[in-house]
Each structure stands twice: as C-alpha cells, then as structure tokens.
Design a protein around this ligand. Structure first.
Ligand code: T3D
Length: 262
C-alpha cells in the first residue's frame, strides 16, 4: 500500500504530499496520523528550512473522511469527534507555529479541515482550477482546524461569517481577490512554481523568518506596546544571526547573500 503521506527532503525543503488521490485526500485516521507526524518531523528537523504542503491527484484535501466518519459516529456517537484534539489541532498548530515558512500548493479543491490547513500556511499558491469551501455547515458542524482564527484574519469577520454560514466553492480568481490565495498559476505550472517559491524560502534567512512568524502570531493577540517589546526581543535574535551579518556584508559588497539558516 502506498504511503498516505509522502515526505521528501532535499536541500532544506521538506515536501509533504497528501497521498490518497483515490479519496481526494480525505482525512482518514491513517492520513491524519501520518500528516501530524510528518509536520512534527519537519518542524523538529533543523536541516529543514521551509515546508511545501500539497496534495496528489485532483484535490488538495476534502477534509474529514466522511465515509470513515459515518462508521465512527455509529460506533462512538459524539465521542468520534476526539479527532479535533488528537489531529486537527496539532496539525494546524504545527503548520502555523513551526519556526520556518510553510507554503501550501493548493492543486485542487480544499474543503473543511483541508481548507483550514491551507489557511494556516504562511503562503498559498493555487492552481487556476483550485477552489476553497468551508464545508462545515453542510455537515452540521462548527469550525475546526483554526478556521475561526485564520479566516476572519484573511477576509475580515463579516466575509468569514458569510463563507461559513453559506458554504460554496470559492474559485481561484475570487480566492485571490478575497485574500485566500497569494498567487494563482495555471494548473500545469503549479508544482514547479510552488517548488520555486518554497525553495527560495528554504535558501532564505531562516532565523529572521522564524522571528517574523513569532512576531505576527504575538501581534495578533497583544497590544502595540507589548508587540513593540516582542519585536525588540526578536530583532535582537535575528540581528545576532550569522545570516544577518551575511546579508549586510553582501549588501555592502553588492553581492548575492548565501544564507546558512543560522
Ligand atoms: O470530528 C470530526 O471528525 C469532524 C471534523 C470535521 C472536519 C471537516 O473537514 S468537516 C468537512 C468535511 N468535508 C466535506 O464536507 C466536503 C464534502 N465534499 C464535498 O462537498 C464535495 O465532494 C467537494 C466540493 C469536496 C468536491 O466536489 P466534486 O463535485 O469535485 O466531487 P464529488 O463528486 O462530490 O466527490 C468525488 C468523490 O469523493 C465522491 O465519492 P464517490 O461517489 O466517487 O465514491 C465523494 O463522496 C468523495 N468525497 C468527497 N468529499 C469527501 C468524500 N469522501 C469522503 N469524505 C469526504 N470529505
């Protein structure tokens, strides 16, 4: 049986591919466990300097595997919902808080928790054939995978409520306009374009990128004065990195910096 999540690491870039194309990468237990483990592995490996998250086949990820879920509901009732704590929360946190950039290459439909994972990424580059749908209301569920946090920050609270209450397919052009996607590319170019973006980040100043992620997360729930304090602390960290020195020397010498990630 093929791995439900593929993990490839080359030159500082970990590519994590959801690999149940026959099920549109629906999140069954095996895939959720494998995805959580793959993200933790990438987060913990100091050699990994950026992560690319994508799906095999025609979908990015259609969210919870409802065919598996219906059986779990029959067996356990509401207790089947422990997967939120066991899987969705650690997966979303790993994407959003790992100290390195995560790029989502959205190759097709992203629904429910699948959309939530993409929204938690730092950068979304999507195929012109891709779409997003919140999907939760369609199965009489509230939000998970961080969507109550990410979606209003991406599109504003009013639009977030609209997309949750009236789930529909938000196609690529609208996704770009709303701020759900950063870039739309022809489907046939997505893999190469997304890899180029992610590889560029993997060759970038990793300490500074980690500090930026931390600063943005902090700023989202603190006052300006508190955030200024945090920025001062994080700027000291970035300023003390080898890559800061490399960058400044390269600037003065009009050369291209070759970052080390330290
Ligand atoms: O605690 C918990 O467990 C709850 C946590 C939940 C988190 C969530 O993610 S809730 C949201 C779950 N996802 C959905 O509700 C999405 C359901 N799917 C759809 O709305 C549509 O299928 C799509 C918009 C995603 C795609 O539409 P389309 O027209 O491209 O494809 P399709 O024909 O609807 O589906 C193709 C096949 O994929 C079909 O199977 P079949 O008939 O060929 O055997 C369909 O059943 C299957 N499929 C699609 N989504 C899921 C799925 N199978 C299992 N789980 C799915 N989520």
């Amino acid at each position: 049986m093929a791995d439900t999540v593929r993990y490839d690491m080359t030159e500082g870039l970990a590519t994590i591919t959801l690999n149940r194309p026959e099920a549109m990468n629906a999140l069954d237990n095996e895939l959720k466990n494998a995805l959580r483990d793959a993200l933790r592995r990438a987060a913990d490996d100091p050699e990994v300097r950026a992560v690319l998250l994508t799906g095999a086949g025609r979908a990015f990820c259609v969210g919870q595997d409802l065919k598996e879920h219906v059986g779990a509901l029959e067996e356990h009732g509401g207790a089947a919902l422990t997967t939120v704590e066991e899987h969705y929360n650690p997966i979303t946190l790993a994407i959003a808080t790992m100290p390195k950039p995560v790029v989502a290459a959205v190759n097709g439909v992203a629904a429910g928790a699948g959309a939530g994972f993409a929204f938690a990424a730092d950068h979304r580059i999507i195929a012109d054939t891709a779409s997003f749908t919140t999907a939760f209301a369609g199965v009489a569920l509230s939000t998970d995978s961080g969507m109550a946090w990410t979606l209003p920050r991406l599109v504003g609270p009013g639009r977030a409520a609209e997309l949750l209450l009236f789930p529909r397919a938000v196609k690529a052009a609208e996704a770009l306009e709303l701020g759900l996607a950063h870039r739309v590319v022809p489907a046939e170019d997505l893999a190469a374009e997304a890899e180029a973006v992610a590889r560029g980040l993997a060759e970038g100043p990793t300490v500074a990128f980690a500090a930026m992620k931390e600063a943005l997360a902090f700023g989202a729930s603190h006052s300006l004065a508190q955030t200024l304090g945090k920025e001062a602390e994080l700027q000291l960290r970035a300023g003390g990195s080898a890559d800061h020195r490399i960058a400044v020397e390269a600037f003065v010498q009009k050369a291209r910096p070759r970052y080390t990630g330290r």
